[in-house]
Design a protein around this ligand. Structure first.
Ligand code: NAG
Ligand code: NAG
Ligand code: NAG
Ligand code: NAG
Ligand code: NAG
Length: 399
């Protein structure tokens, strides 16, 4: 339905963008409640083990904070239950609960929603994510879902959102410790199935090493090739795919420490150059073959969205976050960001950056009984950096 206008838009947009299109927050909670023994929390109870959003706080973020972007997490083992296997057969109850959250953000509030299967490119055992579960497409693991099943899953998910221009498809959260070539293949097959379903919206493709920006040009895990060596081979018939990056500012880039010590501008410099020098590739629609590498006659630099970052509740981190968001705003290859994390059921726990930070969910308290990071990190470091000219209408895209 949006295909013709989108193609026109994309082919005419060859000038460099100079602004952030998407700015917002993670809504985490749909993947909760499964840690412990294998099978725990599956399928789970809505509102008890898991929940997606609190509509009242979405109202606060959109109406008062004027953000336009929410990353909404879910668990693939709940959307495609183990008894069905990964593929096009969904748990309709879980899907409808998820769709209700996505539709509220997009259709009711007019913001963009990044659909995030929070699975580390693994499926079948989320009990101790990010390390449990079989790597999707691992052909020597008989219990692993195949790359084709992953494509079929994405084809079905995209088909269900085909007429919603305000969704963005995030292929998977934080792949790690797997061959980078397999990440490329899984990404490509997902893109092909999304486009074959007829969905034109923006896609975000992750790399290896928890899709870290600082390590984009480095080996990660057990000497897995740098993301930069393979992710430049992605092709999208609609040329509407960007790179999905996570970048925390603490000492080991994990988001688990109070102190910020890793400056984004120098750590992202190699990624920025790679994005500038590697152009988004296109093949004629419909894409039927994987990993084509056609002549790239229209030069559109790759783009990236930083879909996770964060810092603790202290002046030093406020400064590091401010510097990072300024860096993203002044480099054309970055088109969006979402900070980690809000969500309805964090309670007093801190999703990022030290025990006493709390979550970004408005109206909640931290573990000391004080107002949470919405009143500290968000107020001091994020709110001043929310651009006024965010994208407010049209199909999610690179421009
Ligand atoms: C689907 O999800 C609902 C809600 O969590 C659950 O009650 C139901 O058992 C699930 N069905 C399957 C087949 O997993
Ligand atoms: C793939 O599966 C084999 C067999 O279970 C296992 O030894 C190997 O570590 C797996 N590879 C990855 C990347 O998980
Ligand atoms: C950036 O690239 C240069 C040249 O390849 C390399 O020496 C440097 O270590 C890289 N920096 C990071 C943070 O990867
Ligand atoms: C939803 O958010 C509002 C506003 O912060 C809050 O008053 C309300 O208690 C929240 N509801 C739930 C169920 O957490
Ligand atoms: C740092 C962080 O926790 N980022 C998160 C964004 O959302 C997903 C959903 O739970 C988290 O797992 C990511 O880790």
């Amino acid at each position: 339905m949006f295909l013709a206008p989108l193609l026109t838009l994309l082919t005419s947009s060859t000038v460099a963008l100079a602004k952030i299109l998407y700015a917002g927050v993670n809504e985490s909670g749909g993947e909760f409640g499964v840690f412990g023994v294998k099978g725990q929390g599956l399928p789970g109870r809505f509102g008890v083990d898991y929940a997606f959003i609190n509509k009242s706080t979405i109202d606060i973020f959109v109406d008062q904070e004027k953000i336009n972007f929410f990353r909404v997490t879910f668990l693939m083992e709940r959307m495609a239950p183990l008894e069905f296997g990964l593929g096009a057969r969904f748990n309709e109850t879980y899907f409808s609960e998820y769709a209700d959250a996505v539709n509220y953000i997009t259709l009711t509030k007019g913001a963009y929603a990044l659909i995030d299967p929070h699975n580390y490119m693994r499926y079948n055992d989320p009990s101790s994510q990010p390390f449990s579960g079989s790597v999707i497409g691992n052909t020597t693991d008989p219990t692993a879902a195949t790359t084709l099943q992953f494509g079929q899953f994405w084809g079905e998910l995209a088909r269900r959102f085909i007429s919603n221009p305000k969704v963005v498809f995030g292929i998977n959260n934080e792949p790690h410790d797997m061959p980078t070539q397999l990440i490329l293949l899984n990404n490509q097959v997902a893109i092909d199935h999304i486009r074959a379903a007829g969905a034109p919206q923006l896609i975000l493709a992750p790399g290896n090493g928890f899709t870290g920006g600082h390590s984009w040009t480095q080996t990660t895990g057990a000497n897995d090739a740098p993301s930069s060596q393979f992710l430049n081979k992605l092709v999208d018939p609609l040329r509407n795919t960007a790179i999905d990056i996570h970048e925390y500012l603490d000492i080991d880039f994990s988001g688990s420490h109070d102190e910020c010590m890793q400056p984004a501008p120098s750590n992202l410099a190699n990624l920025t150059i790679w994005l500038q020098e590697n152009h988004l590739k296109q093949v004629s629609f419909p894409a039927s073959k994987f990993l084509l590498n056609p002549t790239n006659n229209i030069h559109i630099p790759n783009r990236a969205v930083i879909s996770e970052f964060g810092g603790g509740n202290n002046e030093n981190c406020f400064q590091f976050i401010d510097t990072m968001l300024d860096y993203l705003a002044t480099n054309d290859v970055y088109i969006g960001w979402s900070i980690w994390a809000a969500g309805p059921i964090w309670g007093t726990s801190a999703p990022c950056c030290g025990a006493d930070t709390g979550s970004l969910e408005p109206g909640q308290l931290n573990d000391l009984g004080q107002p949470d990071a919405f009143t500290t990190v968000w107020a001091n470091a994020v709110r001043p950096n929310i651009p006024k000219n965010l994208k407010r209408s049209g199909v999610s895209s690179l421009s």
